[in-house]
Design a protein around this ligand. Sequence first.
Ligand SMILES: Cc1cc2nc3c(=O)[nH]c(=O)nc-3n(C[C@H](O)[C@H](O)[C@H](O)COP(=O)(O)OP(=O)(O)OC[C@H]3O[C@@H](n4cnc5c(N)ncnc54)[C@H](O)[C@@H]3O)c2cc1C
Length: 294
Amino acid sequence: MNDLFIQDIRKINQKIITCHASLKNLNTMKIDGKVKYLIKPTTFLETKKVLQVIKNYHIPYHIIGNGSNILFTNKEKECIVKLAFSFKHPLNILLANELIPVIAEKFLKNNYKGLEYMSMIPASIGGAIVMNAGSYNHHLSDIIEYVYYLDENLNFKTINKENCCFQYRNSLFKNSSKIVLGCKVKLINESNEILKKVMHECSLLRKNSQPLEYPNSGSIFKNPFKYKAWELIEKVNLKGYKKNGAMISEKHGNFIVNYHLAKYEDILYLIKIIEEKVKKEFNIDLEREIIIID
Ligand SMILES: Cc1cc2nc3c(=O)[nH]c(=O)nc-3n(C[C@H](O)[C@H](O)[C@H](O)COP(=O)(O)OP(=O)(O)OC[C@H]3O[C@@H](n4cnc5c(N)ncnc54)[C@H](O)[C@@H]3O)c2cc1C
């Protein structure tokens, strides 16, 4: 442990660092492991200061949101930053760590549309911006006006939606050192009945088609042009295929579930089997949507 590093982080805020934390509750696949320093800044300014200290000490770090699109390797992680803002803000400002299902409920209560088709995505706003998350052809980016972030030199920046390069599961922020802090969205009125109906229907569709009863990370692969990844996986007869505690879901071929204490190696084994079989059968290179955090 680097005592000076810990001291410097505690100078920013006594309570934001935990040493030797478990990874299990930091990812929806529930892969277990350890991280030396887990840091949870509570304001924009604390985030900037924390990252400055991390850089000063040359500590390798990862920023995560709700951990619903990541796969941790079995290596002990040095440092993870997970934003934990909790200050008051108007409804059209969304903080990076707020969860889509929670905001969708707030929008429903106040009769605003935009998140009703996405209310079952277990993403943080930050993660959803980075991944340009969406479902049923509706994306968080549809209602975004501006994104607030820290750039590579830790300067606060505001960027308008047009410059965010939002594409299918991609954005300016993916594979970059930018830290998304939040966004400003358009508030558009909609009738409460319509919002409720859409949310109810989407929720039913998901419960019927996705293995929500087991820990998982959503879709493992992006849909290749003109194809559905789940269909290709189904066609190569991999649904239900297991490796120790991991299984390619019987309900949805593009989901891998942790049905019993699965490890990183088990999930990766299944990912590779899918890639190999789909390549052999259809000559298609599936592109991973899940992000491996080493
Ligand atoms: C049951 C289930 C259903 C799902 N359904 C859908 C769906 O319908 N549509 C869809 O698009 N996705 C879906 N997903 C996948 C996932 O929810 C999305 O990819 C989501 O955007 C990830 O958000 P997160 O907060 O969990 O990010 P994480 O998984 O924690 O991180 C994802 C990436 O974003 C980066 N990141 C996170 N926060 C920040 C930040 N503040 N600043 C900079 N980088 C950051 C991380 O470093 C990582 O590279 C589903 C997942 C599950 C488990």
